[in-house]
Ligand binder design. Structure first.
Ligand code: GTP
Ligand code: MG
Length: 249
């Protein structure tokens, strides 16, 4: 199995170097085969140039014109990587150190062929969060619980972005019909995967608050997630199957 790791970046020049160093060590071990695609929205701190200067042959960069949100960055990355048939599995991972390379082998091991999604999960036994204030933990936990109830999806971490999608699953989804930009991109992808009948595996992860750089989380991202999730939940009840037709080819 060959993996492509997609890493969206906006002003992550310091963090991305640390992440690529850690990934180099894992790659040298040779247990799992993977390449990396950094999706950069023309970061003013020269993240893309810093990546390029490393000269790593297994790292490519998808350069975009301007900051356009996480969802659009990932959708552009999916479209680009699916053109290369050598990748069986597509990993999504934050650049800021919150998603640990140490957790990748367990995630890789859980990836399956067919329609499959592996969800790095904080809120199950073995999972944890480091250096988050109680208020942020509450926000994340209640956000996931709300989404789970509204959408009827029995998963413990719907907002986390550390995941692996099989090529077959991504191929089955109408990515161009998806619109979520911020956090709710993760919820929308979980919903679409659920509707596509994907086999979901939750792997416990330790999520570490970023040390370098600045969070792109904002009040408007939280509000977008709340409004969109409520809308999707209502649609599911009023027009069963409409969402399946919308999301699944
Ligand atoms: N290309 C691109 N990447 C983005 C954009 N917004 C966020 N990112 C990246 O997406 C990843 C997650 O963003 P963060 O700012 O860490 O947001 P978060 O993890 O939801 O929030 P925190 O937990 O507060 O860090 C990071 O690697 C960011 O650099 C964007 O508009 N474009
Ligand atoms: Mg983060």
């Amino acid at each position: 199995m060959k993996f492509a790791i997609l890493i969206p970046t906006y002003n992550e020049a310091t963090s991305i170097v640390e992440l690529l160093d850690a990934l180099s060590i894992l790659r040298e071990r040779g247990t799992y085969q993977f390449d990396v695609l950094v999706i950069d929205d023309n970061s003013p701190d020269s993240t893309a140039e810093v990546v390029k200067e490393r000269g790593l042959p297994w790292v490519s960069i998808l350069k975009r014109e301007k900051k356009d949100g996480l969802g659009n960055a990932y959708r552009a990355g999916f479209t680009s990587i699916l053109k290369d048939p050598s990748y069986d599995q597509i990993v999504t991972m934050d650049a800021d150190g919150s998603h640990r390379v140490q957790d990748l082998p367990a995630m890789f091991a859980a990836a399956r062929s067919g329609r499959s999604i592996v969800l790095g999960t904080r809120w199950i036994p073995g999972g944890s969060v480091v250096n988050w204030p109680k208020s942020r933990q509450m926000l994340s936990r209640s956000g996931t619980r709300y989404a789970s109830l509204a959408l009827g999806i029995d998963l413990a971490d719907l907002t986390g972005g550390f995941r692996i999608y099989s090529r077959e699953l991504l191929h089955s989804l109408n990515l161009s019909e998806m619109t979520a930009t911020g956090y709710c991109f993760q919820i929308e992808m979980a919903l679409a995967s659920h509707l596509a009948g994907a086999r979901a595996t939750q792997v416990p992860i330790t999520f570490v608050e970023r040390i370098n750089g600045v969070s792109k989380m904002s009040r408007s991202i939280v509000i977008e997630a709340l409004i969109q999730t409520t809308r999707w939940g209502v649609t599911r009840r009023l027009r069963p199957n409409a969402d399946k037709l919308h999301y699944v080819k």
